[in-house]
Design a protein around this ligand. Sequence first.
Ligand code: NOJ
Length: 520
Amino acid sequence: MQELKWWQHAVVYQIYPRSFQDSNGDGVGDLEGIRSRLDYLVELGVDAVWISPIYPSPMADFGYDVADYCGIDKLFGTMEDFDRLLAEVHGRGLKLILDFVPNHTSDEHPWFVESRSSRTNLKRDWYIWRDEPNNWLSHFGGSSWEFDEKTGQYYLHSFLKQQPDLNWRNPEVKAAMFDALRFWLDKGVDGFRVDVMWLMIKDDEFRDNPANPGYRPGEKSSHRLLPVYDADQPENHALVAEMRGVIDAYKDRVMIGETYLPVQQLMGYYGKDGTGANLPFNFQLLQCAWSAESVARAIGEYNSALPPGAWPNWVLGNHDQPRIASRVGVRQARVAALLLMTLPGTLTMYYGEELGMRNVPIAPEQVQDPAEKNEPGIGQGRDPERTPMPWDGSPGGGFTTGEPWLPLGDEHAQVNVAAFERDKGQMLHFYRRMIALRREHAVLVSGTLSEVTAEGAVLRYLRGNETERMQVVLNMSHYAVRPEVARGVVLLGTHAERVGERVEGTIELKAAEGILIRVE
Ligand code: NOJ
């Protein structure tokens, strides 16, 4: 078998830098904090770290509004801190992936300051200016267009008005942004997660989007329209391929794309003959209902839609989505973890998932997220999944000596790294074992995935290669079930007592129990 690239067998760990570890007591996480926790990541067994944006930013969208693509925000530290972090990440055999935000800058980026200064400014066309708005809607509520008094035109912002969209049809924008990529690649970063990759190019005629007949009141307002003309435009693929070319000019790097799209469109982001993203994020498991039937369907659809040569990837959570343990419950979160860890390809996990960390309730006066502030009360807020990592049970959770920027919540007194270290039955150890097992058994990474079936509450699938076969059997309900299983030995289970047991025929699985069988 061909040798895999590092990112193909990687478990990627996403860090939301504001919330991982604070080193200076200001209540916000930083690069030094991350550096001080690298041994924890090594012990967990992950291969790579993806850090959400750390660039200078007014923080209107907490770093996804970049004011300088080649710097470090003071809140997170200095460029020296970054260089030290990168060196130590590499020193431990880990990889470092940065977030790249191409669709928009901050309105305080010098490019936009120039662009809005006059209609004739040389950077005017670096952004998208129009005399009249069309009907496009911002993902964070309201129109995508903001009127600029001074120059009497509207500029496009797919997110906040503090996040003006760049005009990627302008070759100068492309050149400047590709230089920013090279800046970090030259330093030795191992790749990028590209923010809203499917949105970068817009319809050049700015046609109105059609109404969405499926819109239901209470959904976020941008869903009123179908994103026909402001998302996933055909020309976008050439741009993605060019971006990939910039990254591929360096050895051993990876390009991951954020792609919230239906499966067929998602597959388009691998690009013609694999010239697109190495990994267009697969969010199937974030979006499907938690039942054996719908998960089986989601896995099956994705698996069979993969183009030849395309490498799969799986995700259970990120900084924009409710935490898995809140979505499916704490007991099912273990089942979800076993599911994730036994699916093929590259896996991305979100900090705290290894603790079964749940969303922390955020009172209205504690809200930080602009998405929640703009459209309150309809579940758009992302603060609950962005709360500080609970390292211990102290008031600051070992995260900060100061006042944390978001509350740690009540659960952190019990659910924290220090407490879990002492108790082998906890999720943290389960994750460590699963990641270790994935390293030992190549079949889990690169073996085929087949016979994905749902029978009542039971989800089952097979993984196989030339040397071994594994069957995964998951009880996705809160009652006991009696599925048929293959003959073999349980290598790993959500319930530790099962490990080592020989199984065959019909067995009993407890509520929310899952097992991985090495088939004989
Ligand atoms: C997607 C990011 O994941 C999200 O956090 C951000 O608000 C938007 N893109 C805008 O950059």
